[in-house]
Design a protein around this ligand. Sequence first.
Ligand SMILES: [Zn+2]
Length: 592
Amino acid sequence: MALISNESLERVKQAADIVEVISAHTDLRRQGTRWVGLCPFHEERTPSFSVEAQEKLYHCFGCGVGGDTIKFVEEKEGLGFAEAVELLADRYGVELEREREDPQAEAKRQQRRRLGDLLDRTAGFYATYLWDSEEAAKARAYLAERGLGEETLRAFGVGFAPSAWDTVLMRGQRAGFNVAELRGVGLAQRGKGGGEYDRFRSRIMFPIRDRRGRTLGFGGRAMRSDQGAKYVNTAETEFFHKSKMLYGIDLAKAAIAKAGRAVVVEGYTDVLALHQAGIEEAIGVMGTAITEEQVASLSGMVDEVVLALDADAAGQEAMLRAQRVAGDRKMRLRVAAMPAGEDPAEMMAAEGGAERFRALLEEAVELTAFQVGLVLERTDVASPAERDRALTEVAPILAGLGESASRDDLVRRVAERLDLEPAMVMGKVVSAQPLSGGVGQAAQTDRSRAPVVRQSAELTSRERRERALLAMCIALPAEGKDYLARLGEAHLSASGARILAWLREHPEDPASNLPRDDAELAGLIAELVILAHDEPASADAMELNFLLLEQRRLEAEIAKAGEADDPEHRAALSRERAALVERIAHTERVGG
Ligand SMILES: [Zn+2]
């Protein structure tokens, strides 16, 4: 696929009506040139979501998301950039012209396709080998014993890797691939003696595919007890990142979209067994905890993720980080508590297993409540030291919930179990640092009362000031040019410095080509352009903001000179500051 030409990209941007596109997801009300409404990306009761129709930008002052029409479609429909452009072009009747890519990018894309082809061929070879070879008889028997039928195994492309050292290596080379390529996709590896050999041998092979069904890596299960690790996965390669992959997503995506929910399990055979039993919204995370990336890639598709994982074993912090990402994206994370020692595959193989599993899904509890319950269960309440420890452990989990009905419920539960005053428990929670950084955990039992943490409230006064100044630089570009040159990193926070760099590079029209690979920066630019339209700007206000930032910079330097024990320099800086304070007072008087 060749690149969409810049010209047609421009035409799509011009033709697409951002208010109309966004209105399909939330009701917008007009306020001057701005449209406002409830944010379609986070749970809230008072609108903090803004759309600037002329600039064709959106920004949420609550959760910080922002971008242009294409970005919105990418996020909301779960599409890549090119796909989002195609969708809009289609909808607004723009014919897309394609142009030839630059040769380097095209070569890279072709190489990628070539390696994809290698992985698909190899998956096909493993699958054939499972069904046809004598050597795989034990593997076939093992899978049958687990209750997995041929139809399911074939749908998932399950295969078998021969026990020989170099079958895939030799086949790959005969098909025209070189050893570096075989190593690059994780099929071959180098031994201690320097020789190359197949990474997967004598293993049941589970191809791990992306949404579109392309094989990107493998999981291999050992068939003999002397084989070392029971499971071996493809190592991280250029395009296989295990923490981002969801096993079975290609076959589950339709059922997930239909149900509005995903059921997350740990292992490959769990996914297969559930699909076979008709629970087709099941996907695997290939570990005991779901990662932030996996949660993010499900957002937009689902409202709810039910974890049928060994949540007892999973790292608490990893799960709470996933919870935070889910909360930010309006998703609920619930836990279906599996009976000890039984995984979903085993349950499906037993009589009435599917019904029992469905019942567990219905009874699933919020992740946070589950984790608090886990701590309480393990606590020996007869011991005061144990009760103290339990309280110390649950406080940061609860702190992550923010003010909410579900937090209050859990506080009562903790107080009752530990035989403490609820007020005392609450005091501990309020003073605790949230374990997961804990903002925006909206998705709790009582969604309507979920807390909204306003992003702007979290800004430091310096960040607010620098954003105000940078927005004015956009509103008044002639004056702004001067300030963009005078500002330096020493004046700004890290995010401010990134905005400054972008504005210097795109002085004319900062929002017409938002960065595609940096969502955070794109959001910041969208926010500033919207602010530039809304907030009054004047030369005096710019000067005042600049001087105040300058004062901060000087104070930081004075402190540094003090630490460095350099009194002379310190005195010079102090004089400079006195003059500056004078100027600030003067500017304030003039500006009224
Ligand atoms: Zn929002």
